[in-house]
Write a protein that binds this ligand. Sequence first.
Ligand SMILES: [Zn+2]
Ligand SMILES: [Zn+2]
Length: 245
Amino acid sequence: MKIIADYHTHTTFSHGSGSIEDNVKAAISKGLKTIAISDHGPGHAFYGIKKSRYKEMREEIDRLNELYPDIQILLGLEANFMSVDGTIDVDDDMLEIADIIMCGYHFGSSPRKLLMDLKMHAYAILSKHSKGIYEKSKKLNTIMLINAMNRYDLTAITHPGAKGPIDVLAVAKVASEKNVALEVNAKHGHLTVEEIKIALQTDVKFILGSDAHDPENVGVFTESLNRCLEAGIPISRILNAEEAS
Ligand SMILES: [Zn+2]
Ligand SMILES: [Zn+2]
């Protein structure tokens, strides 16, 4: 199996260390056919992009697509799940110029003023310490992901289950209906082998993402690929894989 695209890479527009062009050059050297620049959404208090700079990213990607015709470069975003009601941190201006929108749950996405959202973050942070809180956190996170998939046209959910527990089967069912892929992330441990096996009970598709925060890690999938192989995902279920020649 060969991975031909990396949809999950960060640059200095959020808290990566390389420029867009550095990531593109790295992707070309790894033989990828497609790379997406998916910096953190503007709703993250510490390392989100400045919304006003999203257009600048679009222009730079358009320029680089001309300059490097052998690779397809996409403007993506790793948006933040902001609220249990399914709100994510993209607006119509951003949606209009984006090629793909992925979304992940992160601590540090500024909670909205709803008590429910504050609870959601608190439960997620405390979920490792109490079985009762773990279950409450799982319920709220699952509702949040499903609401967002019903509201937005998402390409993928990044590292599902990292940072806060989810009901993988319930999420995978809706993701499959809505054509949202679940990411097997190289940097965080999720999806785990067990989670992949659960998701495989549905028709959901998967993607592998490097989550590279520096150019050297663009296109590096070793650890996540091992999880896919161990869980036995058929190549046809992975959006960015093809048969190795
Ligand atoms: Zn993330
Ligand atoms: Zn990321």
